[in-house]
Design a protein around this ligand. Structure first.
Ligand code: MF3
Ligand code: CO
Ligand code: CO
Length: 275
């Protein structure tokens, strides 16, 4: 008999889980260290340098740097950029919304997360998109139970996003993570039949990282750098991401931050807290 899908790597041993937790905990601390700098005038390249130095000074490895030739430590995706934005010299300006996506390798384990920042005062359109995307991530997390279908996540996110009037990006998904950056299972953020045949067994470690657009879901990649993903129609896009371990008792969010947005709260209220 042929296998239709690759086996999903399961982390059942406590030592493995401690490795996963440590990597995500470090990554979350890195996010906490950048948060106070998310203000008008800073360039995304300055943020990248800070992330690089923080990671290096703690003896860890930036996962993105050199990954399939990616040139930087972090991804910074501003306004209509959906994901994989490359840091540059352009200062962030009042009204921008920007996703910062961080991934670190700690003792061979990967931790991956991203967060939206609103620079100064942003439009009501932008604020509502960011807030809804944050809530969509938790809609996906809260339907996860040991042994649930992978498609339960996408269904919950898609239903919620579309009710709010947004489209869900289809070309990029969440992913299994652990000893590798991207591994099985793929986690679509919309309902899909193939993922309804995969189960989230205890020991599965994966990300949920919905990208929601104010316009249509289609994206295109910049020809100039082969990385930057934009909405095809130029509409605004937002994304949040957590790394999650399915345990025997339910999902454990490994990349929770102390100072970042908390489940059930408004995004941005604690983003200028002291660190
Ligand atoms: N962190 C992204 C993710 O959530 C992947 C970035 S890959 C890079 O999967 F090469 F663009 F950095
Ligand atoms: Co990421
Ligand atoms: Co990811």
């Amino acid at each position: 008999m042929t296998r239709l899908t690759k086996p999903i790597p399961l982390y059942r041993r406590e030592e493995e889980r401690e490795g996963l937790r440590a990597a995500s905990r470090f990554n979350a601390g890195l996010m906490d260290s950048l948060r106070p700098h998310m203000v008008p005038g800073i360039t995304t390249l300055q943020l990248d340098e800070m992330a690089y130095l923080y990671t290096r000074d703690h003896g860890h490895t930036p996962a993105c740097l050199g990954y399939h030739g990616y040139p930087n430590t972090i991804c910074t995706s501003v306004n209509e950029v959906v994901c994989h934005g490359i840091p540059n010299e352009a200062p962030l300006k009042e009204g921008d919304i920007v996703n910062v996506d961080l991934t670190t390798i700690v003792d061979g384990w990967y931790g991956d997360q991203s967060e939206m920042f609103m620079i100064g005062q942003v439009s009501e359109t932008a604020r509502r998109l960011v807030q809804t995307t944050f809530e969509a991530l938790f809609k996906g997390i809260r339907v996860c139970t040991p042994g649930c279908r992978v498609s339960d996540i996408g269904r919950a996110i898609q239903t919620f996003a579309q009710k709010a009037g947004y489209s869900v990006v289809r070309e990029y998904q969440g992913h299994g993570i652990g000893r590798e950056f991207h591994q099985d299972p793929g986690i679509p953020h919309f309902y899909d039949l193939a993922s309804s045949r995969k189960l989230l067994a205890p020991g599965t470690c994966f990300t949920i990282e919905p990208m929601l657009n104010t316009g249509r879901w289609k994206t295109r990649v910049d020809k100039s750098d082969n990385w930057t993903v934009r909405t095809m129609d130029g509409s605004l896009s937002a994304q949040f991401e957590h790394t999650i371990l399915m345990t025997e008792d339910g999902p454990e969010i490994l990349t929770l931050t102390q100072h970042g947005p908390q489940e059930g709260e408004l995004v941005g209220i604690s983003s200028v807290s002291e660190h």
